[in-house]
Design a protein around this ligand. Structure first.
Ligand code: F6P
Length: 359
């Protein structure tokens, strides 16, 4: 048996741990593994790939990024803009099939987010035996309680907040930290809570600048002259407006960014307090995975191989109630896991005085 694996979409810490898990489990079964380069693009004839074995993957688990490369563009894009789905052209799928047949690859593991899994589902429906592995640094796929990369990203946010704390206090300033989170604010919420943020602004909880300013003033009145604000890149004002860095034509996803600067400007205007903004950006996606992400990656990778062994194609690996199981890819795509206003975690945050800009 020979199986294939590819990563698609944005990278995140833990991808190499998945590869390590896949190669380890496959080798134990006496199978061979073909790693396709640069996402689905590696499937185009003649195939851009490398043979993976235990020797070649020694030590990769601790490395960030992916040894296979990845892309969120190309011939196989099935998710366009905000939620629209496009069909991958039939001739492109046929080309992928030709490559897989030529290389005698009997099953394909697709490691990707919602968009890449949508592509994986289409390939499966068109006859390719696909297994999905969820990859989302934003942790926003409903069908898995947790995905690798998230824990490492949160650690980066906490480290940044710890550093910003000391400089904010020294200068009696407000500092706004912009973090990733397009539709879901989990990174901002977890990172903000663990890093001692005073205000957390999320895509799911529309905020009003006056409420944010009031929180800053209230802290000042209590003698707390510095304030840390964490804002997710996809946070929306009550007007529903998103701050974008670049609008992408032709159905691509717009590049978000700039909300941190906006919030900082407005806070300074409304409170008169000296305010600075800092954007964490891709620092959250790079670097070594945390211990938790390494373990999760290895468990996801080995589970994917075992699903192939059981012939459970069209399924996605999923983490639920401390166990790695599986769900249908169909069920998993298009279902975002979002923060809810009245959830226990948000109530806990409010109880310790964190403001969400909505009251
Ligand atoms: O979906 C993950 C994510 O990190 C988002 O939070 C962010 O908007 C996007 O990817 C950025 O991706 P890239 O810079 O690779 O286009």
């Amino acid at each position: 048996m020979r199986i294939g694996i590819l990563n698609s979409g944005g990278d995140c810490p833990g991808l190499n741990a998945v590869i390590h898990g896949v190669v380890g489990a496959a080798t134990t079964l006496g199978w061979e593994v073909v790693g396709f380069r640069d996402g689905f693009e590696g499937l185009l004839p003649p195939g851009d790939y490398m043979m993976l074995d235990v020797e070649k993957t020694i030590g990769i688990m601790k490395l960030g990024g992916t040894i296979l490369g990845t892309t969120n563009k190309g011939h196989f894009v099935a998710k366009i803009g905000e939620g629209d789905v496009a069909e991958v052209p039939k001739e492109i799928v046929e080309k992928a099939k030709t490559t897989l047949k030529h290389l005698e690859v009997g099953a394909l593991i697709v490691v990707g987010g919602d968009g890449s899994l949508t592509t994986g589902l289409q390939l499966y429906r068109m006859g390719i035996p696909v297994i999905g592995v969820p990859k989302t640094i934003d942790n926003d796929i409903q069908a898995t309680a947790m995905s690798f990369g998230f824990d490492s990203a949160v650690a980066t946010v906490v480290d940044a907040l710890d550093r910003l704390h000391t400089t904010a206090e020294s200068h009696k300033r407000v500092i706004v930290l912009e973090v990733m989170g397009r539709h879901a604010g989990w990174i901002a919420l977890y990172g903000g809570m663990a890093g001692g943020a005073d205000v957390i602004l999320l895509p799911e909880v529309p905020f009003h600048m006056e409420h944010v300013a009031r929180a800053v003033r209230a802290r000042d009145a209590r003698g707390l002259h510095s304030t840390l604000i964490v804002v997710a890149e996809g946070a929306r004002m009550e007007s529903g407006e998103l701050v974008k860095k670049q609008t992408i034509g032709g159905g691509g996803e717009d590049r978000l960014g700039g909300i941190g600067d906006y919030v900082a400007r407005e806070v300074e205007k409304l409170t008169g307090k000296e305010t600075r903004a800092c954007t964490l950006g891709h620092l959250q996606r790079g670097g070594a995975p945390s211990a938790l992400d390494r373990i999760l990656g290895v468990r996801f990778g080995t589970k994917a191989v075992h699903l192939i062994e059981e012939g459970k194609f069209g399924r996605m690996v999923s983490y639920q109630q401390y166990q790695v199981g599986d769900v249908s890819i169909e069920e998993a795509v298009n279902q975002l896991r979002l923060v809810t206003r009245d959830s226990e975690i948000v109530r806990a945050a409010r109880s310790v005085g964190i403001c969400f800009g909505d009251s």
